[in-house]
Design a protein around this ligand. Structure first.
Ligand code: C2E
Ligand code: CA
Ligand code: CA
Ligand code: CA
Length: 279
């Protein structure tokens, strides 16, 4: 039994080392990825529920790994946040997305807005107001076309400081939306306190609108809440016609989801824009 215990222990420490090593390697390759320009952005359309016109898009990062292929953000954003690499990555996404919006605006899609996801670390570890003013100045995008998507947990961390940063950005004309709305544990009082423009109904409530009465009730209640607070409202993860019909009837302003378009490379997104223009 003693012998076995010892082996187990060795096995345990070895796997700990393996994990640490793997993490270290991953951190190194994530660091190099930024230098080697291995990140790309896919853009997903947001549509106006009434007209189905494309009103904007969300920037969603992917890692074009030389060996692993296309790595989704869920597999590297957490480590990027832990290591602080999210600052460099976040800054790159912001610039790239603003530049892309400006380019398409110059090509005739003058009212397109761009939504960028922000991590809480980007609020805490840098002067976010500076970073964003610079990105806008250097790309020439007007602040009113930039929308920052934050989750409830971002807003709940270091409330006073976050509030100050958001107020400064709001003053510049930048908009804020609460992502994954309804999934966090925070109280609703922050909706009064923070200068928010829009709520994004989480996909988990949208996906079963067709089959679950409770999810229909939650979705339409979130829409009513947004309306009564004078906030915009967008639903994410809309995949089929019945979800669209329900949300449109419930007066949801904007929608996003596979029904209208998956996140796609810039060229493909431009083709989609052009095809709508020809109609
Ligand atoms: P999110 O902000 O909630 O983004 C929506 C996710 O849902 C995206 O996954 C998108 O591809 C997916 N999606 C969109 N429509 C549909 C649909 O109709 N059905 C289904 N099943 N899924 C849909 P993705 O691209 O893998 O991104 C995952 C998360 O990674 C994002 O969730 C966001 O939290 C984070 N993320 C992505 N890009 C960035 C970034 O540049 N910075 C930061 N900090 N986080 C990012
Ligand atoms: Ca988002
Ligand atoms: Ca979301
Ligand atoms: Ca999410």
């Amino acid at each position: 039994a003693k012998e076995k215990g010892k082996n187990n222990f060795q096995l345990y420490t070895m796997s700990m080392n393996d994990k640490a090593l793997e993490r270290l390697e991953m951190e190194g390759s994530l660091r190099r990825a930024l230098e080697n320009k291995e990140f790309i952005i896919h853009y997903q359309p947001k549509i106006n529920s009434e007209s189905k016109d494309i009103v904007g898009f969300e920037a969603l990062i992917r890692w074009q790994h030389p060996e692993l292929g296309l790595v989704p953000p869920g597999q590297f954003i957490p480590l990027a946040e832990e290591t602080g690499l999210i600052l460099g990555i976040g800054d790159w996404v912001l610039r790239e997305a603003c530049l892309q919006a400006k380019q398409w605006q110059d090509e005739g899609f003058t009212n397109l807005h761009v939504a960028v996801n922000l991590s809480s670390k980007q609020f805490q570890l840098q002067n976010l107001t500076n970073t964003i003013s610079k990105a806008l100045a250097e790309t020439g995008l007007e602040p009113r076309f930039l929308e920052l998507e934050i989750t409830e947990s971002v807003a709940m961390q270091d409330v006073e400081y976050t509030l100050k940063v958001m107020q400064d950005l709001k003053q510049m004309g930048i908009k804020f939306s609460i992502d994954d709305f309804g999934t966090g544990y925070s109280s609703l009082s922050y909706l009064k306190k923070f200068t928010i423009n829009k709520l994004k109904i989480d996909r988990s409530f949208v996906s079963e609108i067709g089959s679950k009465k409770d999810d229909r009730a939650i979705a339409s209640t979130i829409i009513a809440l947004a309306k009564s607070l004078n906030l915009g409202i967008v639903a994410e993860g809309v995949e089929n016609q019945s979800q669209y019909d329900f949300l449109k009837d419930s007066k949801c302003d904007e929608m996003q989801g596979y029904l209208f378009g998956k996140p796609m490379p810039p060229l493909e997104f431009k083709r989609l824009l052009d095809s709508k223009r020809e109609l």
